[in-house]
Design a protein around this ligand. Sequence first.
Ligand code: FES
Length: 159
Amino acid sequence: MQFTPQLEDKLKKLMRNYPIKRSALIPMLLFAQDEQGFLSQETIAEIAGRLELTVPQVEETISYYSMLRKKPAGKYHLQVCTNISCLLRGGEELFEHARKKLRLAPGETTPDNLFSLEEVECIGACAWAPAIQVNYQFHHELTPERFDQLIRELERSRT
Ligand code: FES
């Protein structure tokens, strides 16, 4: 499999920075996912080979981390935390609101590929619960109204 020259450069730098090959696994997966949108079986096999890991070892890692995915997501991938701090401050209600607002079940993507929605465990923003993550951007202390405002802003920035 061939990656783009830009991705190859990033992967080569990683390999130089990590004396133990397998330590580069998560950043390699993230770089590949950022460029390709998701981790295909072909990409997984390629990265496994480069790091002298088996495909099941790479898939175990992917299944553990909610930021890694094996199917395409929307342009804006919304991860709504419903873990304990967020749960206590309206995270579940916020997730239900998001489902209704976007007319999505967990793991689905809108027909225009603009939004995808996922319920996740703690994203490390407990002090500002309820929190969601949109791609790499955090949004804190969200209410349904602020969520709707965020969606409007993202819709406006689609072009
Ligand atoms: S519990 Fe939601 S960010 Fe930690």
